[in-house]
Design a binder for this molecule. Structure first.
Ligand SMILES: C[S@@+](CC[C@H](N)C(=O)[O-])C[C@H]1O[C@@H](n2cnc3c(N)ncnc32)[C@H](O)[C@@H]1O
Length: 346
């Protein structure tokens, strides 16, 4: 690897170690607070070794991609350290409530502010996904979300999100994004939106999500990019005309949807794409491609309230995508995620 690649990798490994320490501190804090043992049963040594290797591999590949200019080094820009360290005690405190919800299997607890959004949301969405406080429906939840996801994946969440970009680079899509129109569904707080904006700086991007507070957070993150617009919209019922976009994509959305909604989202993606347009997503690996992780995949929805995940891992996304008339172009995976690229025939 080049010197630049090695420097980038060193930074990413340090960042990953930092989030792993935070991951370990959560059960420790809770044990100190409650006196009970909150540590998860350790994985087998073979599985632990494999996961560490995969974590290293995805960070290495991501660093190589940066060194090769597949996406710019700005994707790694760290957040303000003060914001990060002031949020950490809130993450510890929230971890305690998440754990309490988990042990009581409570998944429909919302504060008054979040309840105001509930009525306009589809039934399957009205829950504390991940047992997180207020689900996706409060500014406080939006403030903690990215940090919590990075803790969960030992600092590799962004590298997983970026798995999509090398697939797009191998297409004829203009590298600057000039003249291109992208639609992101389930954009959340805008992490991938930002990476796409940096990778395709002249593309116009519309970032959509059901959650108003998450979109607000995304707007703050992307305020310096005038080419990104935001809209609150369900991915299964998009307010756009047929054949509008060159690319439609999502990240970590499909595993949170019931099967019929997954199908509707894909049908909508197909409808709003121009002929020859691309569809891409990043999401969890599925059962058939991750047999050695099957215990972890089974445990994840129990520990993190993901009621549609079990069904998600059993129905290969590639089959659902083809059902809608797309052709699969390429795919690859890394750590716990896979990225797939498909195309609507020209
Ligand atoms: C796991 S988060 C992923 C967010 C973001 N893409 C990321 O990479 O972190 C799932 C997101 O999908 C949104 N979402 C869930 N169901 C949706 C739907 N039917 N239509 C639009 N957004 C949806 C949620 O509000 C949330 O922001």
């Amino acid at each position: 690897m080049s010197l630049k690649g090695n420097l980038v990798l060193s930074y990413q490994l340090a960042r990953s170690a930092h989030f792993t320490v935070q991951q370990l501190s959560l059960p420790l804090f809770e044990s100190l607070l409650t006196g009970s043992n909150r540590f998860r049963k350790a994985d087998s040594p073979e599985l632990t070794k494999k996961l560490l290797q995969e974590l290293f591999q995805i960070l290495k590949k991501d660093s190589e991609n940066i060194a090769a200019g597949i996406y710019p080094v700005e994707v790694l820009k760290p957040e303000n350290p003060k914001d990060h360290f002031l949020r950490y005690p809130r993450i510890l405190w929230d971890g305690f409530f998440i754990s309490r919800r988990r042990s009581k299997q409570k998944s429909k607890e919302f504060n008054r502010q979040a309840q105001e959004f509930l009525n306009e949301m589809p039934e399957y969405f009205r829950r504390n996904f991940h047992f997180q406080t207020d689900g996706y429906l409060s500014p406080a939840s939006a403030e903690l979300y990215d940090h919590q996801v990075d803790i969960l994946f030992s600092g590799a969440a962004d590298a997983m999100r970026r798995l999509m970009i090398p697939l797009l680079r191998r297409t004829e899509l203009e590298t600057s994004g000039q003249g291109l129109s992208f639609l992101e569904v389930g954009a959340g707080t805008g992490r991938l939106t930002r990476f796409m904006g940096l990778s395709f700086p002249k593309a116009k991007i519309v970032a959509t999500d059901l959650s108003h507070p998450y979109l607000k957070k995304a707007q703050v993150l992307l305020q310096s990019n005038p080419r990104v617009d935001f809209a609150q919209a369900p991915a299964e019922d998009l307010p756009y005309k047929n054949e509008t976009f060159d690319l439609t994509y999502s990240c970590f959305l499909f595993h949170e949807l019931p099967l019929d909604i997954r199908r509707q989202v894909l049908a909508e993606a197909f409808r709003v794409l121009k002929p020859g347009g691309y569809f891409s997503f990043v999401d969890s690996v599925q059962r058939s491609e991750a047999q050695e992780k099957s215990n972890l995949l089974d445990q994840f929805p129990v520990d993190f309230h993901e009621p549609f995940y079990k069904n998600y891992i059993l129905h290969p996304m590639e089959d659902l995508i083809k059902e809608q008339g797309f052709e699969i172009v390429s795919s690859h995976s890394g750590f716990f995620a896979k990225a797939v690229l498909a195309r609507k025939k020209a």
